[in-house]
Design a protein around this ligand. Structure first.
Ligand code: UT7
Length: 325
């Protein structure tokens, strides 16, 4: 019998400290950096984001999200045989945040590793987990997106520091006789490395170069809308479906204008798009599973709905996953 994979539970976690645009504008003003709630809302749709306390790591946010997802799936951590964490802000250079999270879950022995594809990390990780389940390497996977982007923000650069937040989202993905994940489509183009990166590196125990996020926002914006449309269309074609089959588009939550542009190109009304960027900001690899879990728990997304998840980010990376929930 053909083996498929299906999401059986979702979970998420936000660090408690919620920072509104007004809070952030006041904090930045104290250092001579000018911004406003009006500018941030008009250009991005963001109203607030959450920031983790300095001692809270990605694996810590991720383990809360993972526990919530396991509870929703009715599974114990001991039943998990694969853990993949998508993150660009890992706890350590090594080992992976996945192994640290595995230990925090109180289990050991199963495969655990990180995937690094920045804001496309979750769709990459979900595609890898689906492939491993379909080929029989795993039966019950935890796929987590977890980020503390506040650690890599340059708070003297108003063009980037107002955009990002911290958080984690998770799904339990299990072997199933009926599909779940219908198709996926992943891409990268390294010629765009410079438009969104943290260019620093470690050498001789010291950071060499720039350890904070740099972005050419307009270049990212222009590329994003085009690749999100093409990835969605390619994924639909692989699954033999059309835009009309999509119940919910759950795109990476970076900027409401990118999401509106993508929906327009796919001829989807905005009431079929899950939007959490207003409350979370851009949480990179965590944004899609955070949006998914929030839509499941609010009752927007229901069992049997067809979902298009889409990521885009540094690398440049992009991709989509179409699934029956
Ligand atoms: O996961 C993928 C991650 N990245 C993204 O998705 C980002 C994609 N890009 C964007 O979302 C948008 O390009 C931004 C939100 C980053 C910027 O929006 P924009 O409409 O492209 O604005 P802009 O860069 O053209 O800047 C317009 C003006 C500039 O002032 P001048 O030169 O016109 O006087 C900026 O200096 O807005 C100014 N500005 C700000 N003003 C107040 C830039 N940032 C701010 C700010 N507050 N935070």
């Amino acid at each position: 019998m053909t083996q498929f994979s299906r999401i059986t539970g979702t979970g998420s976690y936000l660090p408690p400290r919620r920072v509104t645009n007004a809070d952030l504008a006041a904090q930045l003003a104290a250092t001579g950096v000018e911004t406003s709630d009006d500018w941030i809302v008009e250009r991005t749709g963001i109203r607030a984001r959450h920031f983790a306390e300095p001692d809270v790591t990605s694996s810590e946010l991720g383990v809360h999200a993972a526990r919530n997802a396991l509870e929703a799936a009715g599974r114990q951590a001991s039943e998990v045989d694969l853990i993949i964490v998508a993150t660009s802000t890992p706890d350590m250079v090594f080992p992976s945040s996945a192994t640290i999270l595995q230990h925090k879950l109180g289990v050991g022995g199963c495969a655990a590793f990180d995937v690094q594809a920045v804001c496309s990390g979750f769709v990459y990780a979900l595609t890898v987990a689906d492939a491993m389940i379909r080929t029989g390497s795993a039966r019950c996977a935890l796929v987590i997106g977890a980020e503390v982007f506040s650690r890599i923000l340059d708070f003297s650069d108003r063009t980037t520091c107002v955009l990002f937040g911290d958080g984690a989202g998770a799904v339990v993905l299990e072997a199933s006789d009926t599909p779940g994940i219908l198709a996926s489509d992943l891409h990268a183009d390294g010629k765009h490395v410079g438009i969104l990166c943290v260019p620093g590196t470690l050498s001789g125990g010291k950071v060499l170069g720039e350890p904070l996020l740099k972005m050419d926002g307009q270049a990212v914006f222009k590329l994003a809308v085009g690749v999100l449309e093409s990835a969605a269309r390619a994924t639909l074609a692989k699954a033999g479906k059309t835009e009309a089959d999509i119940d919910w588009l759950i795109p990476h939550q970076a900027n409401i204008r990118i999401m509106q542009g993508t929906a327009r190109k796919l001829k989807l009304p905005m009431d079929k798009v899950v939007v959490t960027v207003d409350q979370h900001g851009n949480t990179s690899a965590a944004s899609i599973p955070l949006a998914l879990d929030s839509a499941v728990r609010s009752g927007q997304v229901k069992k049997g709905d067809t979902l298009m998840l889409e990521g885009v980010g540094g690398g440049f990376t992009w991709g989509a996953v179409l699934l029956d929930f």
